[in-house]
Design a protein around this ligand. Structure first.
Ligand code: HEM
Length: 453
């Protein structure tokens, strides 16, 4: 019997096939997975093999069982320009050591401390939002970006608001835009040398690094150190060598956590609010749980979070439909056998989380927003890798519990206080940038609830 070939995607006409995916990667993967199956290849100018997949077995092999043979793909190299050699971009023994050192900062006891800081930020945020309930239109994605930025700054540095000293948001925004442009339009890179963009980027990064080093040095001197991620990372020592992190390593991890842990949660919250505004019955069910668990308290306690099970399901379903990290990329170091096919070394694997989460094998009627899909018996009936908003295997998101508690807190406090109305009935389009963002934001009107705590 002849072995089946891996299906190949070919564009119509003469244009390179890969451009069809680049144009609209979300729709492309969903459509082509239905036509070609959940493991197919796209010619990439004859230089590289590109494999696109939503196949759970392939994902398991790449992310778990044979993960040592897979490094992060080229896009992560661009991220290195701003993030340095932090957890997201580092590899091999260096990454393993950094992960070992950073992991305890995300243990439950530490998260409980960080949660207290989150509550303070969320309370201020809700108070500010109350002033915007007189019928004005707000962009909920801007609001979510603001609260998650404040949460990450407060939990990293115990800083109240973004200020001149920690000008991270502005500097990082500039850096991120520069890097995204390079990743999306590599042919423009030579221009950045001529038009001054590269020099500007380097100057901003140098200025920013200087500020970061000052913050780290100041903290090293302080006797009563505040409990936050900076202190936790600064005091971390490697269990094998006994060494701590240098200022450069600390800088890279702090910037990485800031970048990885801010826009992701913000987008997940924005999409969840969007879905709730479109599904009043689900919002009502969520509010019933919130009122039952919280009674008249103004915010959930750390232990309340465990009882807020439907709230968690709503967020999980929000991230199923709109996973902030919509794809992960890997390259195999040595050749591999995948589903019985020999894959040459240095091939690119694009694991589409967005496509996987819309696979009707696991999610019947996949476009439907239905948080009951995350009821325990339904979760048990699916392979665990059918849902992976936080990735999988050893490189899985270190901040997954941090993010879940942050999102539960903010969502609960919002539904306790406000009703949401979409300004426009037109569907909001997901835009696959660094994370999956709502194109043009999400415009809403908020109304204060009568029984606001
Ligand atoms: C909804 C929110 C979040 C989502 C959807 C998300 C998603 C992800 C995903 C998919 C990965 C794996 C990337 C890959 O394998 O290539 C990842 C890694 C990572 N995330 Fe998150 N993340 C979120 C929030 C956070 C938060 C709050 C933090 C920190 C406070 C964080 C820090 C990190 C770090 C440091 C890594 C690299 C881990 C490693 O390779 O050791 N993330 N995240």
């Amino acid at each position: 019997m002849t072995k089946k070939m891996i299906p190949v995607y070919k564009s119509k006409g003469f244009k390179p096939s890969i451009l069809d995916m680049a144009k609209d990667p979300l729709k492309f993967v969903v459509e082509q997975s239905q036509k070609l199956g959940n493991f197919f290849t796209i010619p990439f100018y004859g230089i590289k093999n590109v494999f696109v997949t939503t196949n759970v077995e392939v994902i398991r092999q790449v992310m778990q069982s044979n993960q040592k043979n897979y490094r992060k793909s080229a896009t992560y190299k661009q991220l290195k320009l701003a993030l340095g050699n932090g957890l997201v971009t580092s590899e091999g023994e260096f990454w393993r050591r950094q992960r070992r050192m950073a992991q305890p900062a995300f243990y439950k006891t530490q998260l409980e401390e960080l949660y207290k800081k989150m509550v303070g930020v969320a309370e201020n945020f809700c108070a500010e939002l109350s002033d915007k309930t007189n019928g004005e239109t707000i962009n909920i994605s801007h609001e979510m970006m603001a609260v998650t930025a404040d949460i990450v700054l407060k939990t990293l540095f115990s800083t109240e608001k973004d200020n001149d000293k920690v000008g991270m948001s502005e500097n990082m925004k500039f850096g991120q835009e520069y890097i995204m442009n390079r990743a999306r339009k590599p042919y423009m890179i030579p221009l950045s040398y001529i038009n001054g963009q590269k020099r500007k980027f380097e100057a901003r990064m140098a200025e920013f690094d200087q500020e970061m080093f000052e913050i780290i040095d100041e903290r090293r001197q302080v006797k009563d150190k505040p409990i936050d991620l900076l202190t936790m990372l600064l005091q971390a020592t490697d269990s094998e060598s006994g060494d701590g992190m240098t200022n450069r390593q600390l800088r890279d991890e702090l910037v990485t956590i800031h970048a990885a842990g801010h826009e992701t949660s913000s987008n997940a919250l924005s999409w969840t609010l969007y879905l709730l505004a479109k599904h009043p019955a689900i919002l009502a069910k969520l509010r019933t749980e919130v009122n039952t668990v919280l009674k008249n308290t103004s915010h959930p306690s750390f232990t309340d979070l465990r009882s807020l099970t439907y709230t968690k399901q709503v967020i999980e379903e929000g991230m199923r439909l709109y996973p902030p990290a919509y794809a992960v990329g890997r390259e195999n170091i040595e050749k591999d056998e995948v589903l019985g096919h020999t894959i040459p070394a240095n091939s690119i694997f694009l694991l589409s989380i967005y496509g996987l989460h819309r696979d009707s094998t696991y999610y019947p009627d996949p476009e439907k927003f239905d948080p009951d899909r995350f009821a325990p018996e339904q979760v048990k009936a699916r392979p665990s890798l059918a849902y992976m908003p936080f990735g999988a295997g050893p490189r899985m998101c270190i901040g997954n519990h941090f993010a879940m508690m942050e999102m539960q807190l903010v969502l609960v406090m919002l539904v306790q206080r406000f009703d949401f109305e979409l300004i426009d009935n037109k569907p909001v389009v997901p835009q696959p940038l660094v994370t999956l963002s709502p194109k043009g934001g999400i415009k809403m009107r908020l109304r204060k609830l009568v029984a606001t705590p």
